[in-house]
Design a protein around this ligand. Structure first.
Ligand code: ZN
Length: 128
């Protein structure tokens, strides 16, 4: 049995985002429902930090690739925990060059630092 399972099934890139700072982008077309990325390599913290993902009511993970995923109120992915693995799953067809984003409210009980969302579909300030 291998201790570390890390499959990078699709080519992804990190570069400048129109949403915020740097973001995660598709380097190839990704079909809806595809498992884009999966990893059990992350650090666990007891408090939410910038870039962390909430795993349970009491712990959060910091993952080297997923920490770059920006928020969207109209996301094209969702995050899922399967045993020790955190998975990034496409919820719609993603075209090459598109930014990969998730709705932070899907995983987070609270967002420590409210931020401005520029999607045009929400109130503009994400607070939870
Ligand atoms: Zn929004």
């Amino acid at each position: 049995m291998t201790a570390n399972i890390q499959s990078e099934r699709f080519c992804l890139a990190i570069h400048t985002s129109e949403i915020h700072g740097n973001g995660l982008f598709a380097e190839q077309d990704i079909p809806a429902d595809a498992l884009i990325y999966e990893s059990d390599e992350y650090t666990v913290t007891q408090v939410a930090r910038y870039g962390s993902i909430q795993r349970t009511p009491t712990d959060h993970i910091m993952q080297k690739l997923l920490r770059w995923e920006n928020h969207s109120c109209v996301p094209n992915t969702k995050l899922h925990f399967d045993g020790p693995n955190v998975q990034l799953i496409a919820t719609k067809h993603i075209l090459v060059g598109q930014e990969i984003a998730c709705d932070y409210r899907q995983t987070e009980d609270s967002i420590p630092k409210p931020f401005q969302c520029n999607c045009g579909r929400c109130s503009g300030i994400i607070v939870k």
